[in-house]
Write a protein that binds this ligand. Sequence first.
Ligand SMILES: NC(=O)c1ccc[n+]([C@@H]2O[C@H](COP(=O)([O-])OP(=O)(O)OC[C@H]3O[C@@H](n4cnc5c(N)ncnc54)[C@H](OP(=O)(O)O)[C@@H]3O)[C@@H](O)[C@H]2O)c1
Length: 360
Amino acid sequence: MAPAAAYAASGASIRGRSLRAMPRPGLIRIRAGVLVLVCRGLAQFGVLPMSVLTSSRRPFGNTGLEVSPLGFGGAPIGLLETGEETVSALLNGLLDRGVNLFDTATMYRGSQDMIGTAIGNRRDEYVIVTKCGLASEGDNPARWTRAKITHDIDHALKQLQTSHIDVMLLHSCSRDVIDRGEAMDAIIRAREAGKVRFAGYSGDNETAAYAATLPDIRVLQISVNFCDQMNIDSVLPVAREHGVGVMAKRPIANAAWKPTEEQYEGYRNYYAPYRERFETMDLSLEELAGTGETNWAGLALRFTLSHPEVSTAIIGSTNPRHIEANVEAAARGPLDDEAVQLIRGAFTAARAGRDWPGLT
Ligand SMILES: NC(=O)c1ccc[n+]([C@@H]2O[C@H](COP(=O)([O-])OP(=O)(O)OC[C@H]3O[C@@H](n4cnc5c(N)ncnc54)[C@H](OP(=O)(O)O)[C@@H]3O)[C@@H](O)[C@H]2O)c1
């Protein structure tokens, strides 16, 4: 389920989220500033190069673009209404660290606007990916008309303060919507007008595998993480065959290892299926000690990045300490084959007799 739909389904309003679980705005602002200073300090002392992720860029399918293994997922800054100054510090800090892909969507509330305001003046340093349509109404034809998609594209250009969008994704529409052609046609017209460089599809399972075979689809955004492995076998090979760039969404399984009471209130229903899978898989950090990872976030990210078809893993976070830890984990690169096979085996064993599709 898409985040907003999941949040809505959870019955918890975003504004009404648990304040106990949320960092205080003043605190996060200070932390964000500290992130940049700490990174600069470490770079100065040669601990980690400032732009540590610049050298590990991956081809973005056959688009000709190269993207950092860690990208930024723009859902939480919009849906959790993060403050502008915090977003500015986070996004500028990420650019300084070599992260060059930012993902957002029409439906992530103020996310496009915040990204445009924060880093629109550095537009030539990053790839911007956004989404049109309304994921939570994937089958409602009224949401996928030429006029609606064209409106979303023009609106995104304005909010993102840019003359062009690098990738415009159809946001979780059904195969019927793709085949009707109207929504896709609107993106193609925008591409011909120079407003969009590449078209793509965001979604999972059979529809994503089908989308990857279409000549106009150059990028996919699919769920790939240690608790969500179905797309690894059913979609990644098709993407590879067709030279389609892959963005891994939900790449650390929404922090499935966190107990429910530690999750943002509005995330609880959304992450619950991953939490259940995580518990059923019954993995332990001890049995994966050979990876050198001492926490789940690093392990989860590096598992996702162990699949060479994945160009970038777009983690959503508003916590500067987490963001810096993710940069460092991405810089450590893929896991070794033994660890990947252990995690794959745990998923296969745990899902026996269960329906564990890729979750949108
Ligand atoms: N196209 C779609 O339908 C769709 C659906 C879902 C997601 N997406 C895209 O994918 C992005 C990522 O997905 P997501 O945000 O749902 O899931 P995710 O990136 O797998 O997980 C995000 C969660 O992990 C936590 N986290 C991040 N780094 C951490 C660390 N180092 N240690 C501990 N916790 C950490 C975050 O909390 P903190 O804020 O506390 O760090 C947040 O609760 C979204 O932002 C969006 O851009 C797209």
